[in-house]
Write a protein that binds this ligand. Structure first.
Ligand code: AGP
Length: 476
């Protein structure tokens, strides 16, 4: 009798039992074992008795075969192939593939001719390296001006309406006439969605919700064909977000996606989408994808406003075109933020506050500090402080403020008086002069990312691969 707390352990025991039960080879034993399990999995099975093959299978979890010159590869993400393959084949749910040492491969029940039609060019062509930097996270923070150029390229041109490849007239019509737009995502993508919600409602007047994907799914939302549901996901493989999109599709909503991964499961589950083209993001902590997602959602909000004939200020569009330069300016403030990080590195707790458009960035900042510095960081609206969290402010507790550039500035300053009165250490993140408030969560993002990064490095954390976390969460 076999007992285990770990689901992964169950499978090899089941396969071994099927092998011992006899009848057939490793592949058949794997298939029989998988018929006894339920849930999400992506597995590669090797056996000393079958040294020249690997049997792999997946269900609701990504698995991709990479075909190199002489080698065959298996991974949950093309990034792992590091540019060593000339073609890839993504497994569909329930599929089983056998890779042989002689370089041949068979997809069970699928003629090779058909498999050949499914081969794709790899979306990651180069070996992703750190570019001479100490960490992928740092490199990816510095890549944001270029990522901004990529997300704007071909979509926003001075004096022209925003255009998105793949948005057919039917899609544009349903977008224009949508009764509600719902942005769904998890973690950092959820905070980008929250920024998108504010942009969309402000510019187009259309009701827009930002929903945590799993909560959205299990809330049994009242979604109809008049709804537009947009999945936000860097990897395009996050199980909760995919499940939310499946539900939206079943309820006949127009499903769109915003992702950084061509060929990802999300891109295959929606009618059309916006690729970020931010380049591979390797560090677990998402950085350039956050600002690229927020910028893409800002473009979508401008586009929707144009479709609905709502006026969009030339000044805002002008500043959108300046985003790459504005990000580069923000990055030049690194020394100051690094000095603050080293002063706060022993903090047991930190609080990050924002208001209006800055709130999603305050929430994102707290997540980054938790993720890569392991500091108990709370993100919230400054207006919420006196409703409870102010109790956490003691002398020396760092309170980071994402300062608005617009009307809410005075409100924020009076909230900060409450903090100073309790001895909190106030750290102001100031937007550039005259920056439209809408752009604060994008332009100030590198500051909070660098703060978290330097806090993590100062505390000796493996900032690229923090404990207990995965780059894409492919199980519920
Ligand atoms: C962010 O730094 C984290 N890695 C995590 O919260 C991430 O944003 C979340 O898992 C969603 O990932 P996705 O964008 O690939 O769907």
């Amino acid at each position: 009798m076999f007992r285990s707390e770990t689901d992964t352990e169950v499978l090899p025991h089941l396969i071994e039992r099927e092998l011992k039960a006899g009848g057939g080879d490793l592949e058949q034993a794997v298939i029989r074992a998988l018929s006894l399990v339920e849930g999400a999995y992506a597995i590669a099975v090797v056996s000393a008795d079958y040294p020249d093959e690997i049997v792999a299978a997946c269900n609701s979890s990504p698995l991709v075969v990479g075909i190199g010159e002489k080698e065959l590869y298996l991974a949950s993400d093309e990034l792992a192939f590091g540019g060593k393959v000339g073609a890839v084949a993504h497994l569909k749910d329930g599929e089983v593939v056998v890779l042989k040492r002689n370089g041949s491969y068979t997809f069970r029940g699928i003629p090779l001719s058909e498999v050949k039609t499914r081969l794709e060019k790899p979306s990651v062509v180069d070996e992703v390296n750190k570019g001479g930097h100490a960490h992928y996270m740092y490199k990816e923070i510095l890549e944001q001006p270029q990522a901004m150029r990529n997300v704007l390229a071909g979509r926003l041109r001075e004096g022209n309406p925003v255009t998105f490849g793949g948005f057919t007239p039917d899609i544009e019509g349903r977008l224009r006439d949508a009764r509600r737009i719902t942005l769904v995502g998890c973690g950092t993508s959820l905070f980008a969605a929250m920024a998108g919600k504010a942009f969309t409602e402000r510019l187009s007047g259309v009701v827009c919700e930002a929903e945590q994907a799993a909560e959205f799914y299990y809330r049994d939302p009242a979604i109809t064909s008049g709804d537009v549901v947009i999945g936000i996901s860097q990897s395009g493989e996050t199980a909760d977000t995919l499940r939310a999109m499946t539900l939206a599709k079943e309820r006949h909503a127009l499903c769109l996606g915003v992702t950084n991964r061509v060929g990802s499961a999300l891109s295959k589950r929606v009618r059309a989408g916006i690729y970020l083209h931010a380049g591979p993001e390797v560090a677990v902590a998402s950085t350039k994808a956050f600002t690229a997602q927020a910028a893409a959602l800002m473009l979508l909000a401008v586009h929707l406003a144009e479709l609905k004939k709502c006026p969009v200020s030339e000044e805002l569009v002008g500043r959108l075109l300046l985003l790459p330069a504005l990000m580069a300016d923000t990055l030049r403030k690194e020394d100051e933020i690094k000095r603050i990080a080293y002063q706060c590195k022993d903090a047991k707790r930190m609080i990050v506050i924002g208001r209006g458009y800055g709130l999603p960035l305050a929430l994102e900042a707290a997540l980054k500090i938790r993720e890569v510095a392991y500091i108990d960081a709370h993100g919230l609206s400054a207006s919420e402080l006196k409703h409870g969290t102010l109790a956490l402010v003691e002398p020396g507790v760092p309170v980071v403020a994402v300062m608005p550039s617009g009307a809410l500035r005075d409100k924020m300053l009076s909230n900060l008086e409450e903090v100073k009165a309790r001895g909190g250490r106030v750290i102001l993140l100031e937007p550039p002069q005259d920056l439209p408030d809408e752009l604060v969560p994008i332009v100030l993002a590198p500051l909070v990312q660098l703060l978290a990064y330097h806090l993590g490095v100062a505390r000796g954390v493996d900032v690229d691969q923090p404990r207990n976390l995965a780059k894409s969460v492919t199980v519920e």
